[in-house]
Design a protein around this ligand. Structure first.
Ligand code: PGA
Length: 310
């Protein structure tokens, strides 16, 4: 049996419309071209596929059989096309991610590993604070977001993948440095350098002190973790930051973690997207990568304050 995919497609259109003219219109072909293809198919089979009854055409028994096969074959072809489109997507697609300012201390290391696996992917990384991330999720203009616990009021899918301990830091020469089990109340007399409003670190800090009935007396606002670390190192006050931002300063002994009661505040990192959003293949691959491998690639920062005391 010799038949072509083109003949099958044309046959399916005629069988669906039961009219050579309307099938020709659907396919943007001339009516004689359609009739010719169907005739050649009938010749290849040695059986008629349509019969004329009055003004209308009907499928013969062979026509009914052929319609089933043509439908199955076209369905498979479409499926194959989709699979290959998606494969091309992973090879050459785009991935738009946004991460919390604090997560930017580890996100590039994750991306480096991910890009090694999919070198042709175009990746765009936006770094902003929690407020900016929620706005981006609201506008649907990112595929995935890495952030702290998202609010329940938004319709989001969020999966946790790593701890995010927040600690109090001081300059090594600060009077509280090296003291054991500092009561939370002792911090009331201190000056704190805090992140800007809209930062997840800032709101977690405010929540924590409010829950323990502590009011921070003086506070200086700084827009980045970098500025806070510099300020702390220069003796401007204490800071409260994620352990993820402190790796280098702790290693070089530029700041120390204070052993404060009820610390560290244990936050978590989540990979987040709008609920019900159909993720592209690159986005799905990145999400799986983060959930399965981030912890292994990054290791866990030391959670215990004692480990970093001078
Ligand atoms: P931030 O977010 O960088 O906005 O502070 C981190 C977090 O939500 O814990």
């Amino acid at each position: 049996m010799h038949l072509t995919l083109r003949q099958l497609r044309i046959f399916e259109a005629v069988a669906r419309r039961l009219s050579f003219t309307r099938a020709a219109e659907d396919l943007h072909l001339s009516q004689p071209a359609v009739s010719m293809q169907v005739k050649q198919l009938e010749e290849a089979l040695g059986l008629p596929l349509f019969e004329q009854l009055g003004k209308r055409i009907h499928l013969t028994e062979a026509g009914e059989e052929m319609r089933r096969y043509a439908h199955a074959i076209n369905g498979l072809l479409q499926e194959a096309e989709q699979v290959f489109d998606e494969m091309r997507g992973l090879e050459r697609g785009r991935l738009n991610i946004a991460v919390a300012s604090t997560a930017n201390y580890f996100a590039p290391r994750l991306l480096a590993s991910f890009c090694e696996r999919y070198p042709a992917l175009q990746i765009s990384l936006r770094v902003t604070n929690r407020k900016g991330l929620l706005a981006a999720l609201g506008d649907s203009d990112v595929d995935l977001v890495i952030m702290g616990q998202p609010p329940a009021s938004m319709d989001l899918t969020a999966e946790e993948f790593m701890d995010n301990p927040l600690v109090v830091i001081a300059a090594p020469g600060h009077p509280l440095a090296g003291r054991k089990r500092i009561p939370l109340e002792a911090l009331e007399a201190e000056t704190f350098l805090v992140r800007e409003k809209g930062s997840g670190t800032r709101s977690a800090m405010e929540r924590h002190f409010a829950e323990h009935g502590i009011t921070l007396s003086t506070a200086m606002e700084m827009g980045t973790s970098e500025a806070i670390k510099q300020g702390v190192e220069a003796g401007l006050g204490l800071g409260l930051l994620s352990l993820h931002t402190l790796e280098m300063e702790l290693e070089l002994g530029r700041v120390v973690i204070l052993d404060v009661d009820s610390f560290p505040i244990l936050r978590h990192w989540f990979v987040v997207h709008r609920a019900g959003r159909r993720l592209s293949r690159p986005a799905l691959a990145f999400k799986d990568f983060v959930l399965d491998e981030a912890q292994g690639i990054l290791g866990q920062p030391a959670v215990h304050a004692e480990a970093n005391l001078p």
